[in-house]
Design a protein around this ligand. Structure first.
Ligand code: HEM
Ligand code: HEM
Length: 335
């Protein structure tokens, strides 16, 4: 396919075509997409467990009250429901890994599928340890962060199996720096999730009870670690907005339609996420906005990550201009 060919309304590839070693497998790709969607639902369901305070509604693991299927009443509905959904996602990931191992010529993709399986098993074990050790903060935070990381693995797998990846044309030079802007935004959002998880699991979600001010001031008095972490999360939101905004502007400057939609979605979701964060505080952590805040956090991360993957697939780093290249060559030969 050539750049800008035909009347196809979808965003067009950027450069001349290159051939792929791997045939398109539509059903494996669909399974990978299903795993992405199911994981986002599972993150929402996990968020519900914490938001409703149901984490210890089932005190044992791997069984629930010694049963495979306890009565789904009260908090058990959320906790056991989350376990059932997690088993479903684990099963999808297992099928995807085995199918990919048998059918996929690219070694990197086979390894990524096994990494996904390892991550989901580790995630299940962390979930179990969280219950057995009565919610130790580091384990709960690790469980929250690995959930988001596993989500990114599923996105990478689905994208690597997509037709877009397989028929991607030769990459063009990344003139405006979309690659770096997208990667930086992804990293910053991940750090913000980490701070959010630390705040949530150390019980600091309402350590600053007002919004947008903090105890009626722009900068609060740091009288406790909880206030420090909470304020860091609020500052983090501004940093995230700055990085996602920079990605949006960089994409606009590049004029590449392929990146425009994910950059628009990333910016829109970030603004929604900030509104949900404010609502979480102003409603003193009502279950619905708080849980949507967790899931939308995953969606912001996933969108920035997808933009990064797309940028790395369709562009290559811009060659250094003459003088800079000579300076690098000098530095390398002097070393
Ligand atoms: C693919 C597997 C799994 C994923 C992606 C996942 C994801 C999540 C997420 C996103 C949360 C919310 C964290 C937060 O709001 O800060 C959560 C909470 C929780 N999950 Fe999972 N989970 C998985 C498997 C499991 C399993 C197998 C268990 C078994 C017991 C489990 C037990 C829990 C518990 C108890 C909580 C509440 C933790 C707390 O409030 O401290 N999870 N999970
Ligand atoms: C783009 C910016 C933001 C992102 C990506 C983000 C992300 C997150 C995530 C993912 C969590 C839960 C982590 C987990 O346990 O899994 C969280 C928790 C939280 N966030 Fe944000 N957040 C953002 C902005 C804000 C803003 C502006 C506020 C307003 C004060 C806020 C308030 C909160 C609160 C209060 C919690 C803890 C809720 C609880 O204790 O249950 N967030 N954030």
């Amino acid at each position: 396919m050539s750049a800008n060919s035909g009347a196809d309304p979808r965003p067009q590839p950027l450069g001349p075509s290159r051939s792929s070693s791997s045939p398109y497998r539509p059903w494996r790709h669909r399974l990978a997409q299903l795993t992405v969607g199911a994981t986002l639902c599972l993150i929402f369901a996990g968020g519900l467990v914490t938001s409703t305070g149901s984490a210890l509604a089932v005190p044992d693991w791997p069984l629930s009250y010694g049963m495979l299927m306890p009565p789904m009443v009260g908090g058990i509905f959320y906790e056991h429901g989350h376990r059932m959904l997690a088993s479903g996602v684990g099963f999808l990931t297992l099928v995807l890994a085995v199918w990919t191992a048998r059918d996929e010529p690219r070694r990197g993709v086979r390894h990524l599928a096994w990494a996904g399986l390892a991550a989901v098993v580790a995630q299940g074990v962390l979930g179990g340890l969280t219950v057995l050790y009565l919610l130790p903060t580091p384990v709960s935070v690790a469980h929250a962060c690995l959930a988001q990381t596993f989500f990114c693995i599923t996105i990478a797998l689905a994208y690597a199996m997509s037709r877009e990846w397989l028929v991607a044309p030769e990459p063009v030079a990344d003139g405006t720096g979309v690659r770096n802007a997208a990667l930086a935004a992804t990293a910053i959002v991940w750090l913000q999730l980490l701070i959010g998880a630390a705040m949530r699991h150390m019980g600091a979600g309402l350590a600053i009870p007002d919004f947008p001010l903090a105890f009626g001031r722009v900068i609060p008095r740091f009288e406790s670690a909880a206030i420090g972490v909470h304020f860091a999360h609020r500052l983090g939101a501004l940093v995230v907005l700055g990085f996602v905004g920079r990605l949006w502007i960089t994409v606009r400057r590049s004029g590449e339609s392929l990146f425009r939609r994910p950059a628009n979605v990333a910016l829109g979701l970030t603004l929604l996420q900030i509104a949900l964060g404010a609502t979480t505080v102003l409603t003193t952590k009502a279950v619905t906005p708080t849980t949507f805040h967790v899931a939308t956090g995953a969606a912001v991360l996933g969108t920035c990550w997808f933009t990064t993957l797309r940028a790395y697939r369709h562009t290559r780093p811009t060659p250094l201009p003459g003088k800079a290249a000579a300076a690098v060559a000098d530095a390398v030969s002097a070393a």
